[in-house]
Ligand binder design. Sequence first.
Ligand code: NAD
Length: 254
Amino acid sequence: MLIPGASFIVTGGGSGLGAATARMLVEAGGRVTIADLNAGAGEAIAREFGSEVRFVKADVSDGEEGAALVAAAVEAFGGLRGLVNCAGVAPAEKVIGRDGPHRLESFARTLGINLVGTFNMIRLAAAAIRDMEPDAEGERGVIVNTASVAAFDGQIGQAAYAASKGGVAAMTLPIARELARHGIRVVSIAPGIFETPMMADMPAEVQEALGKSVPFPPRLGRPAEFAGLVRHIFENSMLNGEVIRLDGALRMGA
Ligand code: NAD
Protein backbone atom coordinates (compact mmCIF):
# COMPACT_ATOMS: atom_id res chain seq x y z
CA MET A 1 0.00 0.00 0.00
CA LEU A 2 3.02 2.32 -0.16
CA ILE A 3 2.00 3.53 -3.62
CA PRO A 4 3.80 6.76 -4.62
CA GLY A 5 1.53 9.73 -3.88
CA ALA A 6 -0.76 7.72 -1.57
CA SER A 7 -2.39 9.63 1.27
CA PHE A 8 -1.89 8.72 4.93
CA ILE A 9 -2.94 10.09 8.31
CA VAL A 10 -0.56 9.84 11.27
CA THR A 11 -2.09 10.82 14.62
CA GLY A 12 0.30 12.03 17.30
CA GLY A 13 2.55 12.90 14.36
CA GLY A 14 3.97 15.97 16.08
CA SER A 15 6.30 13.91 18.25
CA GLY A 16 8.20 10.69 18.86
CA LEU A 17 6.97 7.54 17.12
CA GLY A 18 4.36 9.42 15.05
CA ALA A 19 6.89 11.95 13.73
CA ALA A 20 9.30 9.13 12.75
CA THR A 21 6.42 7.35 10.98
CA ALA A 22 5.44 10.51 9.08
CA ARG A 23 9.08 10.89 7.97
CA MET A 24 9.21 7.28 6.77
CA LEU A 25 5.96 7.64 4.81
CA VAL A 26 7.15 10.83 3.08
CA GLU A 27 10.50 9.22 2.24
CA ALA A 28 8.54 6.28 0.76
CA GLY A 29 6.75 8.71 -1.59
CA GLY A 30 3.56 9.13 0.46
CA ARG A 31 1.63 12.27 1.29
CA VAL A 32 0.89 12.67 4.97
CA THR A 33 -1.63 14.49 7.10
CA ILE A 34 -0.22 14.83 10.59
CA ALA A 35 -2.73 15.24 13.40
CA ASP A 36 -1.85 16.31 16.89
CA LEU A 37 -3.22 18.31 19.82
CA ASN A 38 0.09 20.13 20.01
CA ALA A 39 -0.15 22.60 17.11
CA GLY A 40 3.35 24.05 17.57
CA ALA A 41 5.01 20.64 17.34
CA GLY A 42 2.80 19.41 14.50
CA GLU A 43 3.30 22.54 12.39
CA ALA A 44 7.07 22.42 12.91
CA ILE A 45 7.24 18.78 11.77
CA ALA A 46 5.04 19.52 8.73
CA ARG A 47 7.31 22.43 7.74
CA GLU A 48 10.43 20.32 8.18
CA PHE A 49 9.10 17.42 6.05
CA GLY A 50 8.01 19.60 3.10
CA SER A 51 5.06 20.14 0.81
CA GLU A 52 3.82 16.54 0.93
CA VAL A 53 2.95 16.93 4.62
CA ARG A 54 0.06 18.87 6.10
CA PHE A 55 -0.79 19.47 9.74
CA VAL A 56 -4.31 19.43 11.18
CA LYS A 57 -4.91 20.16 14.84
CA ALA A 58 -7.31 17.54 16.12
CA ASP A 59 -8.20 15.69 19.29
CA VAL A 60 -8.49 12.04 18.25
CA SER A 61 -11.05 11.36 20.97
CA ASP A 62 -13.50 13.92 19.53
CA GLY A 63 -15.94 12.66 16.90
CA GLU A 64 -16.28 15.95 15.02
CA GLU A 65 -12.58 16.82 15.07
CA GLY A 66 -11.73 13.30 13.88
CA ALA A 67 -14.25 13.57 11.04
CA ALA A 68 -12.86 16.97 10.02
CA LEU A 69 -9.34 15.52 10.05
CA VAL A 70 -10.26 12.65 7.72
CA ALA A 71 -12.17 15.02 5.42
CA ALA A 72 -9.15 17.35 5.27
CA ALA A 73 -6.79 14.49 4.36
CA VAL A 74 -9.16 13.18 1.66
CA GLU A 75 -9.59 16.64 0.18
CA ALA A 76 -5.92 17.64 0.26
CA PHE A 77 -4.47 14.41 -1.10
CA GLY A 78 -7.33 12.83 -3.07
CA GLY A 79 -8.36 10.00 -0.76
CA LEU A 80 -6.93 7.91 2.07
CA ARG A 81 -4.85 4.72 1.93
CA GLY A 82 -3.72 4.41 5.51
CA LEU A 83 -3.99 5.50 9.12
CA VAL A 84 -1.30 5.17 11.78
CA ASN A 85 -2.65 5.77 15.28
CA CYS A 86 0.20 7.10 17.42
CA ALA A 87 -1.58 9.72 19.56
CA GLY A 88 -1.48 8.72 23.19
CA VAL A 89 -0.85 9.67 26.79
CA ALA A 90 0.89 7.70 29.51
CA PRO A 91 0.13 9.04 32.97
CA ALA A 92 1.62 7.11 35.89
CA GLU A 93 -0.89 6.98 38.74
CA LYS A 94 -1.40 4.55 41.57
CA VAL A 95 -4.86 3.17 42.34
CA ILE A 96 -4.90 4.43 45.93
CA GLY A 97 -4.28 8.12 46.42
CA ARG A 98 -5.56 10.95 48.57
CA ASP A 99 -7.30 12.73 45.67
CA GLY A 100 -9.71 9.86 45.02
CA PRO A 101 -12.18 11.43 42.53
CA HIS A 102 -9.29 12.71 40.42
CA ARG A 103 -8.23 9.06 39.86
CA LEU A 104 -11.52 8.32 38.13
CA GLU A 105 -11.22 11.32 35.84
CA SER A 106 -7.65 10.48 34.96
CA PHE A 107 -8.51 6.82 34.29
CA ALA A 108 -11.38 7.82 31.99
CA ARG A 109 -9.24 10.41 30.20
CA THR A 110 -6.49 7.86 29.48
CA LEU A 111 -9.02 5.38 28.09
CA GLY A 112 -10.72 8.22 26.20
CA ILE A 113 -7.57 9.17 24.31
CA ASN A 114 -5.72 5.86 23.93
CA LEU A 115 -8.63 3.48 23.38
CA VAL A 116 -11.73 5.48 22.40
CA GLY A 117 -9.57 7.88 20.35
CA THR A 118 -7.99 4.97 18.46
CA PHE A 119 -11.42 3.45 17.80
CA ASN A 120 -12.78 6.83 16.71
CA MET A 121 -10.04 7.30 14.13
CA ILE A 122 -10.30 3.70 12.89
CA ARG A 123 -14.04 4.00 12.22
CA LEU A 124 -13.69 7.35 10.43
CA ALA A 125 -10.62 6.39 8.39
CA ALA A 126 -12.07 2.99 7.43
CA ALA A 127 -15.11 4.69 5.90
CA ALA A 128 -12.81 6.82 3.71
CA ILE A 129 -10.41 3.99 2.79
CA ARG A 130 -13.41 1.87 1.71
CA ASP A 131 -14.04 4.39 -1.11
CA MET A 132 -10.60 3.79 -2.66
CA GLU A 133 -9.97 1.63 -5.73
CA PRO A 134 -8.62 -1.77 -4.66
CA ASP A 135 -5.24 -3.03 -5.88
CA ALA A 136 -4.88 -6.28 -7.85
CA GLU A 137 -5.36 -8.33 -4.66
CA GLY A 138 -8.38 -6.35 -3.53
CA GLU A 139 -6.53 -4.34 -0.88
CA ARG A 140 -7.75 -0.78 -0.34
CA GLY A 141 -5.70 0.31 2.64
CA VAL A 142 -4.08 -0.40 5.99
CA ILE A 143 -4.60 0.74 9.58
CA VAL A 144 -1.81 0.48 12.15
CA ASN A 145 -2.43 1.06 15.87
CA THR A 146 0.00 1.57 18.72
CA ALA A 147 -0.60 -0.65 21.73
CA SER A 148 2.20 -1.23 24.27
CA VAL A 149 3.88 -4.07 26.12
CA ALA A 150 2.04 -2.58 29.12
CA ALA A 151 -1.02 -4.35 27.68
CA PHE A 152 0.57 -7.65 28.78
CA ASP A 153 3.08 -6.61 31.45
CA GLY A 154 1.79 -3.47 33.17
CA GLN A 155 3.76 -1.99 36.03
CA ILE A 156 2.57 -0.31 39.24
CA GLY A 157 0.92 2.99 38.29
CA GLN A 158 -0.02 1.77 34.81
CA ALA A 159 -3.55 0.43 35.45
CA ALA A 160 -5.22 2.98 33.17
CA TYR A 161 -2.47 2.91 30.54
CA ALA A 162 -2.37 -0.91 30.52
CA ALA A 163 -6.18 -1.11 30.28
CA SER A 164 -6.21 1.33 27.36
CA LYS A 165 -3.46 -0.49 25.46
CA GLY A 166 -4.96 -3.88 26.31
CA GLY A 167 -8.15 -2.61 24.72
CA VAL A 168 -6.28 -1.59 21.57
CA ALA A 169 -4.67 -5.04 21.42
CA ALA A 170 -7.98 -6.85 22.02
CA MET A 171 -9.96 -4.93 19.39
CA THR A 172 -7.34 -5.47 16.66
CA LEU A 173 -8.58 -8.92 15.58
CA PRO A 174 -12.34 -8.26 15.59
CA ILE A 175 -11.86 -5.02 13.66
CA ALA A 176 -9.49 -6.72 11.19
CA ARG A 177 -12.08 -9.45 10.64
CA GLU A 178 -14.84 -6.90 10.08
CA LEU A 179 -12.84 -4.69 7.70
CA ALA A 180 -11.40 -7.61 5.71
CA ARG A 181 -14.42 -7.62 3.43
CA HIS A 182 -13.59 -4.02 2.48
CA GLY A 183 -9.95 -4.85 1.67
CA ILE A 184 -8.62 -3.06 4.74
CA ARG A 185 -5.99 -4.66 6.99
CA VAL A 186 -5.59 -3.77 10.67
CA VAL A 187 -2.41 -4.48 12.66
CA SER A 188 -1.18 -3.22 16.05
CA ILE A 189 2.36 -2.74 17.30
CA ALA A 190 3.16 -3.19 21.01
CA PRO A 191 6.39 -1.24 21.53
CA GLY A 192 8.65 -1.87 24.50
CA ILE A 193 10.53 1.24 25.65
CA PHE A 194 11.41 3.78 23.00
CA GLU A 195 13.47 6.99 23.12
CA THR A 196 10.78 9.63 22.65
CA PRO A 197 9.60 12.76 24.45
CA MET A 198 7.08 10.52 26.30
CA MET A 199 10.06 9.02 28.13
CA ALA A 200 11.83 12.35 28.67
CA ASP A 201 10.35 12.83 32.16
CA MET A 202 12.23 9.77 33.34
CA PRO A 203 15.63 10.49 34.91
CA ALA A 204 18.55 9.64 32.58
CA GLU A 205 19.87 6.93 34.93
CA VAL A 206 16.45 5.22 34.98
CA GLN A 207 16.33 5.34 31.17
CA GLU A 208 19.82 3.87 31.00
CA ALA A 209 18.95 1.07 33.45
CA LEU A 210 15.78 0.28 31.50
CA GLY A 211 17.78 0.14 28.28
CA LYS A 212 20.27 -2.27 29.83
CA SER A 213 17.42 -4.52 30.98
CA VAL A 214 16.44 -5.25 27.36
CA PRO A 215 17.85 -8.71 26.47
CA PHE A 216 18.89 -7.66 22.97
CA PRO A 217 19.73 -5.07 21.88
CA PRO A 218 20.45 -3.74 25.43
CA ARG A 219 19.15 -0.22 24.79
CA LEU A 220 15.94 1.72 24.29
CA GLY A 221 14.18 1.38 20.95
CA ARG A 222 14.66 4.06 18.30
CA PRO A 223 11.65 5.74 16.68
CA ALA A 224 13.04 4.83 13.22
CA GLU A 225 12.81 1.15 14.25
CA PHE A 226 9.12 1.60 15.00
CA ALA A 227 8.62 3.35 11.66
CA GLY A 228 10.47 0.50 9.93
CA LEU A 229 7.92 -1.98 11.26
CA VAL A 230 5.05 0.26 10.15
CA ARG A 231 6.59 0.22 6.67
CA HIS A 232 6.81 -3.57 6.72
CA ILE A 233 3.15 -3.83 7.80
CA PHE A 234 2.08 -1.58 4.92
CA GLU A 235 4.03 -3.71 2.46
CA ASN A 236 3.15 -7.21 3.71
CA SER A 237 -0.43 -8.08 2.78
CA MET A 238 -0.47 -11.33 4.76
CA LEU A 239 -0.02 -9.45 8.06
CA ASN A 240 -3.49 -8.83 9.45
CA GLY A 241 -5.30 -8.87 12.80
CA GLU A 242 -1.98 -9.26 14.66
CA VAL A 243 -0.43 -7.49 17.66
CA ILE A 244 3.34 -7.43 17.15
CA ARG A 245 5.67 -6.89 20.11
CA LEU A 246 8.64 -4.66 19.27
CA ASP A 247 10.58 -4.86 22.51
CA GLY A 248 13.94 -6.66 22.21
CA ALA A 249 12.41 -9.54 24.27
CA LEU A 250 11.91 -7.24 27.26
CA ARG A 251 9.81 -8.82 30.04
CA MET A 252 9.65 -6.58 33.09
CA GLY A 253 7.85 -8.75 35.64
CA ALA A 254 6.58 -7.44 38.99
P1 NAD B 1 4.91 11.34 22.46
O1 NAD B 1 4.39 11.89 23.73
O2 NAD B 1 6.26 11.70 21.98
O3 NAD B 1 3.85 11.60 21.28
C1 NAD B 1 2.49 11.46 21.47
C2 NAD B 1 1.80 12.58 20.71
O4 NAD B 1 0.37 12.37 20.83
C3 NAD B 1 2.09 13.97 21.26
O5 NAD B 1 2.56 14.82 20.21
C4 NAD B 1 0.75 14.44 21.80
O6 NAD B 1 0.53 15.85 21.66
C5 NAD B 1 -0.24 13.64 20.94
N1 NAD B 1 -1.55 13.52 21.56
C6 NAD B 1 -1.84 13.22 22.86
N2 NAD B 1 -3.18 13.21 23.04
C7 NAD B 1 -3.75 13.50 21.84
C8 NAD B 1 -5.09 13.64 21.38
N3 NAD B 1 -6.13 13.46 22.22
N4 NAD B 1 -5.30 13.93 20.07
C9 NAD B 1 -4.26 14.11 19.22
N5 NAD B 1 -2.96 14.00 19.60
C10 NAD B 1 -2.71 13.70 20.89
O7 NAD B 1 4.81 9.75 22.64
P2 NAD B 1 5.45 8.54 21.82
O8 NAD B 1 6.43 7.90 22.71
O9 NAD B 1 5.81 8.93 20.44
O10 NAD B 1 4.17 7.58 21.79
C11 NAD B 1 3.39 7.34 20.64
C12 NAD B 1 2.46 6.18 20.96
O11 NAD B 1 3.26 5.02 21.28
C13 NAD B 1 1.56 6.41 22.18
O12 NAD B 1 0.29 5.85 21.93
C14 NAD B 1 2.27 5.65 23.29
O13 NAD B 1 1.38 5.23 24.29
C15 NAD B 1 2.85 4.48 22.51
N6 NAD B 1 3.98 3.83 23.15
C16 NAD B 1 5.13 4.51 23.39
C17 NAD B 1 6.19 3.86 24.01
C18 NAD B 1 7.50 4.52 24.30
O14 NAD B 1 8.34 3.91 24.96
N7 NAD B 1 7.75 5.74 23.87
C19 NAD B 1 6.06 2.50 24.37
C20 NAD B 1 4.87 1.85 24.10
C21 NAD B 1 3.83 2.52 23.48
